[in-house]
Design a protein around this ligand. Sequence first.
Ligand SMILES: Cc1cc2nc3c(=O)[nH]c(=O)nc-3n(C[C@H](O)[C@H](O)[C@H](O)COP(=O)(O)OP(=O)(O)OC[C@H]3O[C@@H](n4cnc5c(N)ncnc54)[C@H](O)[C@@H]3O)c2cc1C
Ligand code: SF4
Ligand code: SF4
Ligand code: SF4
Length: 435
Amino acid sequence: MKNITVAFTARAGLCTGCGICKNICPTKCISWKRLKGQYVPVVDSNVCVNCGLCSDVCPGLEMTYPSNCKETEAIIGNCLTAYNAWSCDPKIRHLSASGGVITTIVSALLKSNEYNVAFLVDEYCYDHQLKTKPYTDIDVSPDSANYRLPKSRYLAVSHENAVAYILNNKNDKVILIGTACAIRGLDNVIKRMGLMRENYLLIGLFCDSVFNYNIWDYYSTAFSSGKTLNNIHFKDKDSGGWPGNMKMEYSDGSSQFLDKKERTSMKEYFMPERCLYCADKLNVKADLSVGDNYTEQNSSSLGSNSVVIRTSIGEKAWNAAGSLLNCELIAYDKIQKAQFLDGRCHHLYYSKLEERKIQRKHGIKLLLNNGVNLSNKVIDYEYSWKKQKDKIKLGEDYEPGTLIKDQIAKQNSNSSYILAKMERIYYSVRRRIMR
Ligand SMILES: Cc1cc2nc3c(=O)[nH]c(=O)nc-3n(C[C@H](O)[C@H](O)[C@H](O)COP(=O)(O)OP(=O)(O)OC[C@H]3O[C@@H](n4cnc5c(N)ncnc54)[C@H](O)[C@@H]3O)c2cc1C
Ligand code: SF4
Ligand code: SF4
Ligand code: SF4
């Protein structure tokens, strides 16, 4: 996409924070700035040569699907086989987010030298931008430096180090793990730069949404009572097992658990806007996609995963780790049902509304979910879209030291809120007239 750079992605509020653009830039003119709780790219226009590489690979600007596919086909993707699975190693299973399938597979593939390196996240502190780092071996015993690898970080993680590595080491076999937008961006890089697809194992995380980084300030305000927050485990099995409550660790060595509703109830406020236009919860471009097992088949408080094998590369990786995993075949539609995919179709409609807004405001035509046919009227989704955006705005504008519930009360008594309410009534009447 020549003539626009990722500066536009940031300006239009479409950045997912995947970090893919930074190191693909041949003139190294992209840096990060924190904006509305997200780390977004800034382009030095004095150095930029307008080559279009950054916007070509940026998943914020477009997510492509096979042409003319139906909404449900786009959301589900290809499936060779599906499993419920969990690690045979009880320590990995306990430490992990779900059943420890990812840690087990990555560890096996590195030990057998089938892959040279895996890019992983190794921190639980979110007062700065998270970036994946290269690992050539994994040992998650408590005294090992790798002890901090497992578990989910519900924040955008930058894959800039991985992009730099694969461009400089084109023959290496590399394991890349990420949310659907990150996997799409990495897949774009592989294609755009003519790299050999079979050198890369793309492990996709199911993804409902991430938080913006203001969530760290929010939890520091709401649950730290004057102490300094050091780490957050969004899901920790030490209190009550899977799916896990939140664990907050403080600099004085103390810790506390918070009920998981403190995590789930904040999602709609602290979600980056781009997540509202994303339909790819099941990470359809990955070689294998992995999530929590909500199917109730083989579910356990010890934790287990749902796994979708999508490609022959994924199948090979799965077989290599076979004896280290317990697994049972499951029909893919059971996983789909358990992941409540209906809501994701709405995101396809929200993205149409956003595309129209961008065309009006910036004169730029985008297809945020290119290839998907829509069967309903887009206008029917306008009210719920605006309502969700109002909530997201609270998380974007979050002021450290305040509580979200106080901000909601303030917003409700605010004149702009009354105006927004009148606008919604207008849209609702307009919708009825247009039917
Ligand atoms: C943002 C996010 C949203 C999710 N939403 C859902 C959902 O809606 N439904 C569902 O079923 N599952 C969801 N998951 C997936 C789930 O939480 C587990 O990550 C997954 O089941 C793998 O579990 P595991 O026990 O095999 O992982 P583990 O063995 O614990 O390994 C997890 C690996 O992922 C890496 N990692 C952690 N966070 C990130 C990140 N943000 N980006 C890149 N790499 C990361 C770690 O370095 C680690 O190597 C989500 C995960 C994330 C990160
Ligand atoms: S490539 Fe990723 S980080 Fe860069 S602008 Fe696009 S979405 Fe944002
Ligand atoms: S257009 Fe090219 S030179 Fe300019 S920021 Fe993007 S990648 Fe870098
Ligand atoms: S919901 Fe989509 S856009 Fe948002 S973080 Fe997840 S994969 Fe990326």
